[in-house]
Design a protein around this ligand. Structure first.
Ligand code: HEC
Length: 111
């Protein structure tokens, strides 16, 4: 049977692929963010709309996630008609590698 080794490899590959929503959940991001709705922080789809196509989008978002972000969304919230419940986001306990995956996932929400 040649199919079994292939099936095993596939299962191993899939288990290594990081499931971003569960990572966000385990890091507590969803207590302040929703994909669609206004919460304490901007909805991820709106973040995607703001940054999609900008050359430094991933770098900027990684910087905000790992270093914190202050005051940026006061004006942006008005621009997109969303509500923000805090003036700043403290730096988040994720590695740079995790933050990069998260940033790419957020940007992929805007087609
Ligand atoms: C305590 C509430 C809170 C938590 C927890 C939180 N955020 Fe935020 N987040 C905010 C707020 C408030 C802003 C808007 C900051 C601003 O105006 O500069 C924001 C902004 C952002 C932005 C946009 C940054 C930018 O440069 O425009 C991203 C991306 C983001 N958060 C991702 C995350 C991720 C990923 C996590 C979890 C690891 C997380 N946030 C956890 C409150 C939070």
């Amino acid at each position: 049977m040649r199919i079994l080794p292939i099936a095993y490899l596939l299962i191993i590959a899939l288990s290594f692929a990081q499931d971003i929503p569960s990572l966000l959940k385990s890091k507590g991001c969803f207590s302040c963010h929703d994909v669609e709705k206004s919460k304490i922080g901007p909805p991820y789809k709106v973040v995607a709309r703001e940054y999609k196509g900008k050359p430094d989008a991933v770098k900027t978002l990684v910087q905000s996630i790992t270093g914190g972000s202050v005051g940026k969304w006061q004006g942006l919230a008005k621009k997109y008609g969303v509500r923000i419940g805090a003036f700043y986001m403290p730096r988040q306990p994720v590695s740079k590698e995790e933050a990069e995956k998260i940033a790419k996932w957020i940007l992929s929400l805007e087609k």
